[in-house]
Design a protein around this ligand. Structure first.
Ligand code: ZN
Length: 190
């Protein structure tokens, strides 16, 4: 790994996936040690701000009776219901006023794990001249994975900040990293 890959350039952006209360300990779909990513992501966001690099934060934002919930035939407990406390970003996440928020998972007829799924984000980032995306957040093996794969598909270079992610299961996390690498992402061992 060349150290220049860890420094922000003018065609870079930072993407923070779903660091919401419900995905952290105490939430309805808690990821073990999910909250540990927060201080690290705060540091990355400060570096991005210093470098003038755009920051985008996604949030899962479901209707009350979303189809991804178990009672509606999905695989998850209810989580990130629109305007609920659990859908808020983690309280210690220092969301800069300059950051853009990407809302996903609002559809009644399908789930959207990827921040690029029908959000228009890829189109917008291409317009801004963004070439390279640093990705971190939750969960490594679900929404981070889906976003990384879609980002590569949309022809961005993707760098995954491994230490600033957590998986739902360790095995899922290992598989996700393998899939990301196979698809062409660079996994930063930081
Ligand atoms: Zn969800």
């Amino acid at each position: 790994m060349n150290t220049k890959d860890r420094q922000f350039g003018k065609e870079d952006m930072l993407l923070v996936v779903d660091v919401q209360k419900d995905f952290c300990p105490g939430g309805t779909l808690p990821i073990e040690r999910g909250d540990e990513v927060v201080p690290l992501i705060n540091r990355w966001m400060r570096s991005a701000l210093d470098a003038g690099v755009p920051i985008y934060l996604s949030r899962d934002w479901h209707p009350r009776h979303h189809l991804s919930f178990k009672k509606n035939g999905g695989q998850w407990p209810p989580h990130c219901v629109q305007d609920s406390d659990g859908a808020r970003f983690h309280a210690a996440l220092e969301v800069p006023i300059e950051a853009e928020i990407v809302t996903k998972g609002t559809r009644f007829d399908q789930d959207q794990n990827s921040v690029f799924d029908q959000t228009g984000l890829a189109c917008w980032l291409h317009k801004l001249g963004i070439k390279r995306i640093f990705v971190c957040g939750l969960a490594l093996d679900v929404c981070v994975l889906a976003s990384v794969l879609d980002g590569l598909e949309a022809e961005f270079e993707i760098l995954v900040i491994k230490g600033a992610t957590r998986p739902i299961t360790p095995e899922g996390g290992r598989n996700a990293l393998e899939k990301m690498r196979e698809a062409g992402a660079v996994v930063l061992e930081v």
